[in-house]
Design a protein around this ligand. Structure first.
Ligand code: BDR
Ligand code: CA
Length: 331
């Protein structure tokens, strides 16, 4: 206090906004991939989306690449390049999921050829060049499909791990059981050898397996809020999820459907909505009934050092609040 009772205020320091996450999304759209891409493209303050790279998975590569370009057009984010990547897994025969995502990989909405083409060059070249040139540990990768592109890039240039800050994967299953076999989740089953390469590279890895995605389910009320947004993004996401969710509701007898891949983007935007633990995880790529299984040593019985952060729980209401709020920002 100054003489005469004058109070001085400390100078106001400008509040430092958190730096946006430098992000590459590798994806096989795919209904839930499209929702994930909408969520990411609606969040430019937090996510600096450098590129979308596509891979064969839910449907063949031509269709996943077209669907990625379509959602980019719908979100009016054509400045984000889309690079096409691997058209088949590293070793196993290709596997698709048209039974879940429809023949076009995008159920519930009409699909057509988007205006803007793919970027020149392949996804694998793009990953190698970008990660080599990146500042140390600066780029986050969200892997929403089979992990083939990153595995090929790591095979070509193992030193690219230095450019990676973290890899966040939708994939795997432990407590929940699988969705393609009794123990295997689709993205791991579709290319377990690639997932093993990524795991062995030593990058910082987070897995959002079915253990968490099957706890974040649609409901009539949650979908109604999305539809009531009244914009095109809300209508499209409503139509896509409504159609897509029905498969899992019928198949598993769940009260609602998961939106798997979008949980990865929600995890990047609001990690406090999720809970998990660091643990040792192994992937089975041997032929047999365990093919594609992820074994998560939740209680540390194997006495191995942790190699992933394994997410088991998420705030479903918080997830749908976030998705609805972000979709409202889109055309
Ligand atoms: C995963 O498999 C795909 O069908 C979905 O897009 C998601 O990435 C769920 O098992
Ligand atoms: Ca996917």
């Amino acid at each position: 206090m100054l003489p005469g009772g004058v109070v001085t205020l400390a100078p106001r320091l400008p509040v430092q906004a958190a730096q946006p996450i430098d992000l590459i999304i590798d994806t096989d759209p795919g209904a839930d991939d499209v929702v994930a891409l909408f969520l990411a493209m609606a969040s430019p303050a937090e996510l600096n989306l450098r590129a979308i790279t596509t891979v064969a998975g839910n449907v063949p590569l031509g269709k996943t690449s077209r669907n990625a370009r379509l959602v980019r057009e719908w979100a009016h984010r054509e400045e984000v390049p889309v690079y096409a990547g691997a058209s088949r897994p590293l070793v196993r025969t290709p596997l698709y999921a048209a039974n879940v995502h429809g023949e076009e990989g995008l159920p519930g909405v009409p699909v057509y050829e988007p205006g803007e083409p793919l970027a020149e060059g392949t996804a694998v070249q793009y990953l190698v060049e970008t990660l080599k040139a990146a500042a140390p540990h600066s780029i986050t990768l969200a892997l929403l499909g089979p992990q083939t592109n990153l595995a090929l890039a790591l095979g070509q240039a193992p030193s690219i791990v230095q450019g990676i800050k973290q890899v966040v994967v939708m994939g795997g299953a432990h407590f929940n059981g699988g969705n393609v076999s009794p123990v295997a989740e689709f993205n791991l089953f579709a290319d377990p050898q690639a997932a093993k390469v990524v795991l062995a590279s030593g990058v910082k890895l987070t897995y959002l397996p079915l253990d968490v995605t099957h706890k974040i389910l649609t409901s009539e009320a949650r979908l109604a809020r999305i539809r009531q947004l009244g914009n095109q993004a809300g209508s499209r996401v409503y139509d896509i999820i409504r159609c897509y969710a029905q498969h899992d509701i019928d198949h598993y007898g769940l009260p609602g459907g998961p939106v798997h891949d979008a949980t990865v983007i929600a995890y990047l935007l609001k990690p406090h909505l999720f809970k998990g633990r660091d643990l040792y995880m192994a992937i089975d790529a041997r032929d047999g009934v365990g093919f594609g299984q992820t074994l998560a040593d939740y209680y540390g019985s194997l006495k191995q050092p942790a190699n992933v952060h394994w997410v088991t729980d998420g705030d479903a209401e918080g997830f749908f609040d976030l998705l609805t709020e972000r979709l409202a920002r889109l055309p």
